[in-house]
Ligand binder design. Structure first.
Ligand SMILES: [Zn+2]
Length: 340
């Protein structure tokens, strides 16, 4: 019996040297350890062995079984990793290969305009932050000074998911989220979609884009706001663009202003793009209400800040003379292809 075992082991050792494919290892495993394998056969032989030799022989067989398995699996593992390496080498993808040069995608006009604006703002020391589109009532309203009983909530038709969760109605939700995470002084901006219950027409869509800027530091004043916004608008709309600041009301700023810009199509004469007014309302802004700072854990006696918010879709609409806001949200590739 001992001889037979040694014979099988040397057969396995010899055979394994000739194997070049990992799948052939399994064949050898079946041949030796399978149901009718050479080693398995020997186990069947056990019942004919005298009782006093059974234990020793059993041990011998089990050791042989383990030895055969370890010889086979060592070679198998070696071949598998070699095969994987060869496969990876042969299937290497050449990412520089231009397979279809005519099919280059285009950026959405809103994205193109936002990228221009982001470059201007980062150049002025603002960093970009993000806020969630699905938002708690707390961040969207309460922490920006719009409590549950505030009539200001009626200014925005909100889309609620639960009693306390809604689709954000304004990018101002990033104000409390920034104040929660970053200690002043800081200068940040955020950009994204906001949602209102609105019927779709040429100028209204239930989703639209806003851009929000916040600057909080010691002694930030309305003069800083006016200076920085005028600079941003000149860089964005052109050096010669005239802007006008007028008093307004927002619940989260005090004092609040609205900014009109001279129409860059007719240069103030009045045309279809500006509905004959020669100018158009471009953004809302103001000094962050001291109560908003307080609600968000910032001492209004030590810090002050400004915030501004653009309704952003008008810029690409004007630049590319897009007659209907609706097409900007339809994801029709024929529309987007035009902006290559
Ligand atoms: Zn005009």
């Amino acid at each position: 019996m001992k001889e037979k075992i040694e014979e099988i082991i040397s057969y396995v050792k010899e055979k394994i040297e000739t194997i070049e494919k990992s799948s052939d290892c399994q064949n050898l495993r079946i041949e030796t350890l399978g149901k009718n394998g050479k080693i398995t056969e020997l186990f069947r032989f056990m019942k004919e062995v005298p009782a006093n030799e059974k234990q020793a022989l059993g041990q011998l067989l089990n050791t042989a079984k383990q030895q055969v398995e370890s010889i086979i699996s060592a070679k198998e593992t070696f071949l598998q990793s070699k095969e994987l390496e060869e496969k990876l080498m042969s299937e290497k993808i050449d990412v520089t290969l231009d397979l279809n040069p005519d099919e280059v995608g285009a950026l959405h006009p809103v994205t193109i305009d936002f990228m221009r604006m982001a470059e201007i703002l980062t150049g002025m020391g603002f960093s970009q932050i993000d806020g969630p589109e699905i938002e708690y009532d707390k961040y969207n309203f309460e922490l920006v000074n719009i409590p549950a009983d505030s009539p200001s909530r009626d200014m925005q038709d909100s889309l609620y998911i639960t009693n306390s969760i809604l689709l954000r109605t304004q990018t101002s939700n990033t104000q409390p989220r920034a104040m929660e995470k970053i200690k002043p002084p800081f200068k940040v901006f955020s950009f994204g979609r906001v949602f209102r219950k609105d019927d779709i027409d040429a100028t209204h869509t239930p989703a639209f884009h806003q851009l929000e800027g916040i600057y909080i530091d010691k002694k930030v004043s309305l003069a800083d706001l006016k200076h920085d916004l005028s600079l941003i608008l000149k860089k964005y709309l052109g050096e010669s663009t005239k802007t006008k600041f007028r008093a307004s009301y927002f619940p989260f700023t005090e004092p609040s202003v609205e900014v009109d810009a001279e129409c860059n199509v007719c240069k103030g004469k009045g045309c279809a793009a500006c509905n004959g007014a020669g100018q158009y309302e471009i953004l809302g802004a103001g000094m962050i209400h001291p109560h908003v700072l307080e609600l968000n854990g910032i001492d209004p006696n030590e810090y002050s800040g400004y915030a501004f918010g653009f309704g952003f879709d008008r810029f690409p609409k004007m630049r590319y003379k897009i007659p209907n806001a609706k097409v900007m949200f339809e994801n029709d590739v024929r529309f987007i292809r035009q902006f290559k």
